[in-house]
Design a protein around this ligand. Structure first.
Ligand SMILES: *[C@@H]1O[C@H](CO)[C@@H](O)[C@H](O)[C@H]1NC(C)=O
Ligand SMILES: *[C@@H]1O[C@H](CO)[C@@H](O)[C@H](O)[C@H]1NC(C)=O
Ligand SMILES: *[C@@H]1O[C@H](CO)[C@@H](O)[C@H](O)[C@H]1NC(C)=O
Ligand SMILES: *[C@@H]1O[C@H](CO)[C@@H](O)[C@H](O)[C@H]1NC(C)=O
Length: 513
C-alpha cells in the first residue's frame, strides 16, 4: 500500500524537526556542581570523569576535589588536587589477594584518619564553607563518606563506580535479595550451591553492619573534630536524591531498581580511534590467528607480578600461533618474538581491532565493559576486590573464561585462549551483548546530564524517593508488625482461654447444683 501524501509529509517534517536520536533539549540554565571525591582510584576516576566532562560540555560549572593532579583543560571544570595516600598505587595486589578481608579492614581504618587530615586542610574547609553556592553535590559512593557534609541541605547524587552495590541500594530503600544478588566481592557459578548462597547472605549482613556501625561512626568522629555541627553522615547519605550506577541491564545481572537508580554503565567506552603506526603494523601483520591482548589493569603493576606467573605467561605466549600485545611496566626477560610489551597502550582502540581475538585480563569491571563494547571475548584472571565478582559474572554469561591464579599452568592458560578463539559461542555472546548495550534511546553521558539537571530543576526530586528509605531495618523486615501480631494474638488467646474457662466453670457449677 502506498503511503498517503500528508502522512509521508508529516513523517518527513517530524524527521527534520525533531531531535536526532539521543539529543537533549537546549540548556535552560547553567548550574554549579561540586564533586568532592578525594578517595579515588584510577578506575573510579574513569567512571566519574565522563560525567563531569559531559556536564561541563553542556555548559555547567563543575568543581572537582580529587587526589589527582589537574588533567582536564576544560574552561568549565575547576580541579582542586588534594593528595592522600589511600589507594597507594605501589601496593602489591598479588599479596593483597592472599588476605582480602584483612586488606579491606586496614583500608577502612585508613579512611577515618584520612577524614581528619582532609578537614585539617584549610582549602577543604574553605570549599566546605562555600558549599551553599552549589546547586548539587556528586560523590563516589564508595569510600568517600567523609565528604557527605558537603551535601547537607544540598541535593546529592551518588555514583556507584563499582556497578550494582547492594549496600548503596539499601540506603535508598531498595534492599536487594541476597538469595541471588551477589555482594561487591564474589560471584559464583550459577545456579548457586547452598553454601554459596549462605556465604553470600552472611557477607551481605556482616559487611553492612560493620560498615554502618563501626566504619562510618569512626569516620564521623574524625570529621566532627573539625566540624562539630554536621548532621550524621548516614542521614545525609540516606537523603540522597539519586544514584548513578555503573552497570547496564543488558550486560550485568538484572536487578530491580528504583526510579532514582539510573544505570550509566560503560559511560567511559568510546568509539575507537586509529592506532599508531607500530601497533597497526603489529596487529595487521599477525596473520590468520590474530592477536591476544594482555593487561592486568591499572592497579596491579607489572613489577608486583610474582616471577612464577610472569615466567608462566612468557612460556605460554611463546607457544601461541597468535601475536601478543602485553601491557606490562618494565622489561620482560626471555620474551618470545611474537610478543610486544609496552608500558601503556590504548586499550579500547586495540580491543576494537577485528584482528584482536582475546583479551587476557584481571577481570576489572571497566575492562569487561570495554571488551563487550568493542566485541572481544575475555580470559579473566581476577586478582583482588570486585574482580572475582566480575569474572564470575563473565563466566555465567559466557563472555569468556574464568581462571584462578592458584590453579594456573601453561596448559590451562593456553587451553583457555584456544577455547575462547575456537569456540564461537563466546564471540556470539559478546557480540549480542555489545549490540544490546548500545541499543538505548540516550547515551550514558546524556542520561547522566539529563538526570543531574532533573534533580536540580525539581529541587532534589524528592518525588523519586522510595518510602522504604525512611524505614528502620526492623520496620523494613516487618518485625514491628510481626511483634504486634504476636502480642495481639497472645492477648486474644489469653482472653478466649479465660472466657472458655469461665464458661466451663459456670457449666460445672450448674451441673453440681
Ligand atoms: C562552558 O559553559 C558555557 C556556558 O556556561 C558554554 O557556553 C560553553 O560552551 C562551555 N564550554 C565548553 C568548552 O563546552
Ligand atoms: C593540620 O593543619 C595545621 C594548620 O594548617 C598544620 O600546621 C598541621 O601540620 C596539619 N596537621 C597535619 C597532621 O596534617
Ligand atoms: C534532604 O534533601 C532535600 C532535597 O534534596 C534537601 O532539600 C534537604 O535540605 C536535605 N536535607 C539534608 C539534611 O540534607
Ligand atoms: C584452537 O586454536 C588454536 C589456535 O588459536 C590451535 O592451535 C588449536 O589447535 C585449536 N584447536 C583446539 C581443539 O584447541
Amino acid at each position: 500500500m502506498k503511503k498517503q501524501a500528508p502522512l509521508t509529509f508529516s513523517i518527513l517534517l517530524w524527521t527534520l524537526t525533531s531531535c536526532t536520536e539521543g539529543e537533549l533539549a537546549p540548556l535552560q540554565k547553567p548550574y554549579k556542581i561540586l564533586v568532592p571525591i578525594p578517595v579515588s582510584s584510577w578506575s573510579h576516576r574513569q567512571v566519574i570523569l565522563p560525567i563531569i566532562e559531559a556536564l561541563a560540555d553542556r555548559g555547567h560549572q563543575v568543581v572537582v576535589l580529587s587526589k589527582f593532579p589537574p588533567s582536564l583543560s576544560h574552561p568549565n571544570i575547576t580541579e582542586m588536587p588534594i593528595w592522600n595516600s589511600i589507594y597507594e598505587e605501589k601496593l602489591n595486589f598479588f599479596e593483597v589477594r592472599k588476605h582480602p578481608l584483612l586488606f579491606l579492614y586496614n583500608f577502612r581504618s585508613q579512611l577515618s584518619s584520612l577524614a581528619w587530615r582532609l578537614y585539617n586542610d584549610t582549602a577543604v574547609r574553605d570549599l566546605y564553607s562555600m558549599r551553599k553556592e552549589f546547586d548539587l553535590v556528586m560523590i563516589d559512593a564508595l569510600f568517600n563518606e567523609a565528604m557527605y557534609p558537603f551535601a547537607e541541605d544540598i541535593p546529592l547524587i551518588t555514583v556507584s563506580t563499582v556497578g550494582n552495590n547492594y549496600q548503596q541500594s539499601a540506603v535508598a530503600g531498595n534492599v536487594q535479595n541476597p538469595g541471588y544478588i551477589p555482594t561487591k566481592l564474589w560471584e559464583f557459578a550459577r545456579p548457586w550451591k547452598i553454601h554459596d548462597k549462605v556465604f553470600n547472605i552472611l557477607f551481605h549482613i556482616i559487611n553492612a553492619f560493620v560498615w554502618r556501625y563501626l566504619v562510618v561512626p569512626s569516620i564521623e568522629r574524625e570529621v566532627r573534630v573539625h566540624l562539630p555541627d554536621i548532621a550524621p553522615l548516614l542521614d545525609i547519605e540516606r537523603n540522597q536524591s539519586l544514584s548513578f550506577i555503573n552497570s547496564h541491564f543488558s550486560i550485568d545481572l538484572q536487578v530491580p531498581l528504583l526510579p532514582s537508580q539510573i544505570q550509566i554503565g560503560a559511560i567511559h567506552c568510546k568509539p575507537s580511534r586509529p592506532l599508531n603506526k607500530e601497533l597497526t603494523s603489529w596487529i595487521e601483520g599477525a596473520g590468520e590467528y590474530g592477536v591476544v591482548y594482555v593487561s592486568l589493569g591499572s592497579m596491579a603493576q607489572g613489577s608486583t607480578m610474582p616471577v612464577q606467573y610472569r615466567e608462566l605467561f612468557v612460556s605460554a605466549f611463546a607457544k601461541l600461533k597468535q601475536r601478543v600485545i602485553w601491557k606490562y611496566e618494565g622489561a620482560v626477560p626471555g620474551v618470545s618474538h611474537n610478543v610486544l610489551v609496552r608500558r601503556w597502550l590504548p586499550q579500547q582502540d586495540i580491543l576494537a581491532h577485528p584482528k584482536v581475538k582475546v583479551f587476557v585480563s584481571h577481570g576489572g569491571l571497566l575492562s569487561l565493559q570495554e571488551s563487550l563494547y568493542h566485541v572481544t571475548p575475555m580470559v579473566a584472571l581476577p586478582i583482588f576486590g570486585d574482580q572475582e565478582r566480575v569474572s564470575g559474572h563473565l563466566h555465567n554469561k559466557g563472555f569468556g573464561k574464568w581462571l584462578q591464579w592458584e590453579d594456573l599452568t601453561i596448559d590451562i592458560l593456553l587451553q583457555a585462549i584456544y577455547d575462547v578463539t575456537n569456540n564461537t559461542r563466546y564471540i556470539e555472546n559478546v557480540n549480542k551483548a555489545s549490540k544490546l548495550m548500545r541499543d538505548e534511546p540516550l547515551t550514558a553521558k546524556e542520561k547522566a546530564v539529563f538526570w543531574t539537571e532533573y534533580v536540580i530543576k525539581h529541587g532534589g526530586a524528592t518525588h523519586l524517593r522510595s518510602p522504604a528509605a525512611d524505614l528502620t531495618w526492623a520496620e523494613y523486615f516487618l518485625l514491628d508488625a510481626l511483634l504486634f501480631t504476636l502480642i495481639v494474638g497472645w492477648f486474644a488467646v489469653v482472653v478466649i482461654k479465660t472466657v472458655l474457662q469461665r464458661i466451663r466453670l459456670d457449666y460445672g457449677k450448674m451441673k453440681t447444683e
